[in-house]
Design a protein around this ligand. Structure first.
Ligand code: PRX
Length: 641
């Protein structure tokens, strides 16, 4: 397979970019020609704002397709015996698994028949809460095969978070594992699902895959084993599972993500535009060459796993590595050992992982053969210069371009990034917009800054095929969150600057969203969870710079009564409460008990002041005279933890 749309020179990039702006429909229409449709589209793009200002965006209207035919069936003749997925287990002693395109196709069809046997129909929502095993990718694709909408929930979320997501999507069926291996721990996934389901009457069936062989409860009439269900289909002679014909704009999946409010929202991606955008960006950003081994370390619980472990690479006929474990188990050489063992050509990971491995020293790198590497990628948070340099020098041996890819759950795919071997990497810059991406930097008055050198809030002024279509069950929320701050434009929530050559540097979120180890967490969500603790009266959560995690979570908490006889225990109780309500990933790094919070006369918490204190900038908290309670600031400064 070759890619007629692969950009191979700076000139080609400039041409593609120009065409994408001058004639977006012609540009994306010609890229779409490289995919398999049952019926072609009538119109490439419909883009308008309804009477109330809500956006309407439709790509490739009228087209009929199934994304799994593009990811699997169409490769069978040419790539049938080539590896689609190579899976490395948590424990290096366990043998890795390899699934060819033919095997993956077979397994997806079999499991799709399992879903059908269990009553799943086109348009139903299926919730997946699994570890990083190949069956997770199989289950995702099986949903897509029959037109069910998948909603994957990351394994680090609590029962309450799963229940919220199941209820919001009205999922009928849940797929989980008995447990998951993560480093030296076993995570009890099924037990968490059981707790969640107490609140979820819509769920009729739970399919449980055996992975850790931990004892689990199995409820008659509701819970069935994955393996038994597969056997049933096999005894039926393993009938084929024709792909459901989907409309270009039929929903493919829901993925919940955090924003400034306490309630995560279900970002909805649809079929044709999503597929084309992930694949186009995958092939170009990484300069993927047929036959190469590509390793993205992301979990399928996040958008990176959806777009760049499963859909993008498979639609491009690539070999995608999947990894069950963590970068530091059994030691901090695990990534490098995988690269050495499988001769990985392209590695895509997060700055947090790089910083954590960097802290373990070069001893874990030096005996590994990393000469197969050709391109390195970074995603999820700003990469600091030191980490960038370490990655470039010690992993890429100064040979491999680093693609620092800026994008979001809402964008489906990379928006601003280096194009490997084509455009020039600059440490800590995402650099240039990809073709089809039209950024606008907005000033504080809401106007676009036209000068090349600029600093402000990052928006998009034209749609791209991967753009979110709505937030599940609440289009109004989609409109308010993304399209109301700057009418007619998509607002990313990020701040950025643009240098004199047009390179973009992302400076971080300008809303109340934190990025902790690349995980997106809303401060309001964490506050709500802390406030659930029986003794808590009020709390305020801010981010602070953290050497490894990028950002840490700092909570200022007012409690009722006298907790001081055992402050430490109260702290632990609060952490446990947050873990129960959201999940372990949202546990604050620091909790400071305070008597009050700095508030304006109208009762608003002055987070700016708290942020400065959390950052340790005690003398730089700014004007406090307008506060209702200025004295509290000194008090909080004294108590900083
Ligand atoms: O703040 C930006 C940051 O991560 C946010 C999106 O998070 P999420 O939806 O979870 O998607 C992560 C995977 C794409 C953005 O608003 N972010 C992501 N990539 C970068 C980044 N910040 C700086 N540089 C990046 N390369």
């Amino acid at each position: 397979m070759s890619y007629p749309y692969q950009i191979s020179s700076m000139e080609a990039y400039q041409q593609a970019y120009k065409k994408s702006v001058d004639d977006p429909e012609g540009f994306w229409g010609s890229i779409a020609e490289n995919f398999q449709f049952r019926k072609k589209w009538d119109k490439v793009l419909e883009w308008r704002f309804a009477g109330d200002g809500a956006p309407v965006v439709k790509w490739f209207q009228g087209a009929k397709l199934n994304i799994t035919e593009n990811c699997l069936d169409r490769h069978l003749d040419t790539l049938g015996d080539k590896p689609a997925i190579i899976w490395e287990p948590n424990d290096p002693e366990e043998h890795y698994r390899m699934l060819t395109y033919r095997q993956l196709h077979q397994k997806v069809c079999t499991f799709a028949n399992v879903l059908k046997n269990n009553g799943v129909k086109k348009g139903d929502v299926v919730c997946l809460y699994m570890g990083m095993v190949p069956e997770l990718a199989i289950a995702v694709l099986a949903c897509a095969r029959i037109g069910a909408i998948h909603s994957v929930v990351f394994g680090g979320f609590s029962a309450q978070s799963i229940a919220d997501r199941i209820q919001d999507g009205k999922a009928k069926l849940v797929i989980t594992c008995d447990g998951a291996f993560r480093g030296n721990k076993t995570v009890q996934l099924k037990a968490v699902v059981d707790d969640a389901l107490v609140q979820c009457p819509t769920v009729e069936r739970v399919i449980v895959l055996t992975r850790t062989r931990t004892p689990v409860s199995m409820i008659k009439g509701r819970d069935v084993w994955w393996e038994d269900e597969i056997k049933k289909v096999e005894t039926m002679g393993n009938p084929p599972c024709p792909a459901e014909e989907m409309d270009a704009e039929d929903p493919l999946y829901i993925l919940y993500t955090s924003g400034s409010t306490g309630k995560p929202k279900g970002v909805v991606h649809t079929t044709a535009g999503y597929m084309i955008y992930c694949t186009y960006t995958f092939v170009n950003v990484f300069n993927y060459q047929p036959g190469e081994i590509y390793f993205c370390t992301a979990d399928l619980g996040w958008v990176t796993g959806h777009s760049y472990v499963v859909y993008g690479p498979l639609a491009a006929g690539a070999t995608s590595m999947m990894f069950e474990g963590i970068p530091t188990y059994p030691d901090a050489g695990r990534f490098w050992e995988i690269v050495d063992k499988h001769k990985v050509n392209i590695l895509y990971t997060a700055p947090t992982a790089i910083r954590s491995l960097m802290a373990h020293g070069l001893g874990f790198v030096k005996d590994k053969d990393l000469s197969s590497l050709r391109v390195l990628g970074s995603v999820g948070e700003p990469i600091n210069e030191e980490a960038w340099q370490w990655y470039f020098d010690n992993i890429g041996k100064k040979r491999c371009p680093i693609v620092d890819t800026w994008w979001q759950t809402e964008t489906a795919g990379v928006m601003i990034s280096v194009i490997a071997t084509v455009t020039k990497p600059i440490p800590s810059y995402a650099t240039l917009p990809l073709p089809g991406v039209q950024p606008a930097i907005m000033d504080e008055h809401g106007n676009e800054i036209k000068e090349t050198e600029a600093k402000g809030n990052l928006c998009m002024k034209f749609p791209w095929p991967g753009m979110l279509r709505t937030t599940w069950g609440d289009h109004e929320r989609c409109f308010k969150t993304y399209f109301s701050a700057y009418p007619g434009k998509y607002f990313s929530g990020d701040g950025c600057l643009r240098d004199k050559d047009g390179n973009y540097r992302i400076t971080g979120r300008v809303d109340d969203v934190l990025n902790v180890s690349g995980h997106r967490i809303g401060t309001a969500e964490v506050e709500n969870a802390i406030n659930m603790h029986a003794d808590v009266v009020e709390s305020a959560v801010v981010g602070y710079p953290h050497d490894i995690k990028g950002q840490g979570i700092y909570a200022f908490v007012i409690t009722e009564g006298d907790r001081h006889d055992n402050e430490d225990l109260t702290r632990k109780d609060i952490l446990e409460t947050v873990a129960r309500i959201i999940g372990p990933i949202a546990r604050p790094d620091k909790i400071q008990f305070v008597k009050g919070l700095p508030k304006t006369r109208s009762g608003k918490i002055m987070r700016r002041i708290l942020r400065k204190i959390a950052e340790g900038e005690m003398n730089n908290v700014g004007d406090v005279t307008t506060l209702l309670n200025p004295d509290i600031v000194e008090d909080i400064k004294r108590g900083k933890v």
